[in-house]
Design a protein around this ligand. Structure first.
Ligand SMILES: [Zn+2]
Length: 181
């Protein structure tokens, strides 16, 4: 397992004459040309915040039937409920009116292949220990339970009665709900 320096990179990420970011900017111009102001305010229509892994195979809006403006999406490596996720959820609930929290982890998560050695190796490589935990895990169901527990016990949140956790199967597209107990 590598930490960072040895990950192979394409020279300047060339894709058909431009970088990947150029490609995204081009796509945005097409998007904006067909875009009309939906006239929404910032409060999610469904009063829900979804915390999920950043995995590229998980299209949250498509998988959950969500439309523009419906929800807050908070994503990181693993969908881990870190202090920063609690920060976002606190703002989501207290300033922007969400009441429900949905947690989504998934099969084949990259964090299952890491250990906390990643952190040690990184420190050896760069000479500085990261302040964050890797939050790697072996049992995805247990990790979802841990995440639900962190949300439910946060003193900062207004609404902790509707917190549900799921594992998304990247092969079938189906969610499997995790019993919190
Ligand atoms: Zn993942």
């Amino acid at each position: 397992m590598t930490t960072s320096a040895s990950v192979p990179t394409e020279p300047e990420g060339a894709i058909r004459g431009g970088t990947v970011t150029d490609r995204l900017v081009d796509a945005n111009e097409r998007y904006a040309s067909a875009f009309t102001d939906p006239g929404m305010d910032a409060r999610p229509v469904l009063h829900v915040a979804v915390v999920a892994c950043m995995d590229a195979r998980l299209d949250l809006h498509a998988a959950l039937g969500l439309e523009l403006g419906d929800c807050h999406t908070i994503r990181n490596a693993g969908g881990v409920v870190t202090d920063d996720v609690i920060r976002s959820l606190t703002i989501s609930q207290r300033a922007l009116g969400t009441r429900s929290v949905v947690l989504i982890h998934h099969t084949g998560c990259g964090l299952e292949t890491l250990t906390e050695d990643f952190r040690h190796d990184l420190e050896m490589e760069v000479g500085q220990r990261p302040a964050w935990a890797v939050e790697s895990f072996r049992d995805v169901d247990q990790d979802v339970r841990q995440s639900m527990q962190r949300v439910r016990t946060s003193p900062f949140l207004l609404h902790t009665d509707d917190v549900r956790g799921f594992v998304f199967d990247v092969r079938t597209g189906l969610l499997r709900e995790i019993d919190p107990t």
